[in-house]
Design a protein around this ligand. Structure first.
Ligand SMILES: [Zn+2]
Ligand SMILES: [Zn+2]
Length: 170
């Protein structure tokens, strides 16, 4: 089975390559990411070789991702549309990578852009998502969701810093 994110470099000599692929969530391109796809991501891109032998890639990744709010743990699905815009550069010195420029290994017939696409996804999807900036979270005492309910815990709550001081005084 061929990887749709692999670009055949000889094919680029004939002109720009356009491709749209839905990548199964279990695709090797996503291996090791903890992303939870609500549906298979769709990757569309155009790859074009320039005169200097570099490959310009433009495109998008569209994907609905399941997120759980880090405060109240509510699950939601957010749809991301992430632009892809990078250059694969054959003359790139190691360590001189610029933003949006990646090395194109010498002497290869094909290049897999999967790791770059995966990186773009990981950079865009928030690691600690919130359902909303005003999310009130869960009550640390009783665990009730404070966005949808109220509890009496806060009324009797003592600031833990005062609690520590009080213990010192005794
Ligand atoms: Zn929340
Ligand atoms: Zn409570």
């Amino acid at each position: 089975m061929s990887n749709p994110l692999t670009i055949d470099l000889a094919r680029l000599a004939e002109g720009p390559l356009e491709r749209t692929a839905r990548l199964a969530p279990e695709s090797v391109s996503w291996t090791g990411s903890a992303l939870r796809f609500a549906e298979a991501p769709t990757v569309s891109f155009t790859a074009q070789a320039n005169l200097a032998g570099a490959v310009q890639v433009h495109g998008t990744v569209e994907v609905p991702i399941r997120l759980s709010c880090r405060r109240c743990l509510a699950e939601s699905v957010r749809r991301f549309e992430i632009p892809l815009d990078f250059l694969l550069e054959p003359e790139l010195e190691p360590g001189s990578e610029d933003e949006g420029v990646f090395p194109l290994p010498r002497g290869v017939d094909r290049v897999d852009i999967g790791p770059i696409v995966r990186e773009e996804l990981l950079l865009t999807v928030p690691e600690y998502p919130l359902c909303g900036n005003d999310c009130r979270g869960l009550c640390p005492r009783c665990g009730i969701n404070l966005n949808t309910a109220e509890c009496d815990c806060a009324v009797s709550e003592v600031d833990p810093r005062w609690e520590a001081l009080r213990k010192l005084r005794v």
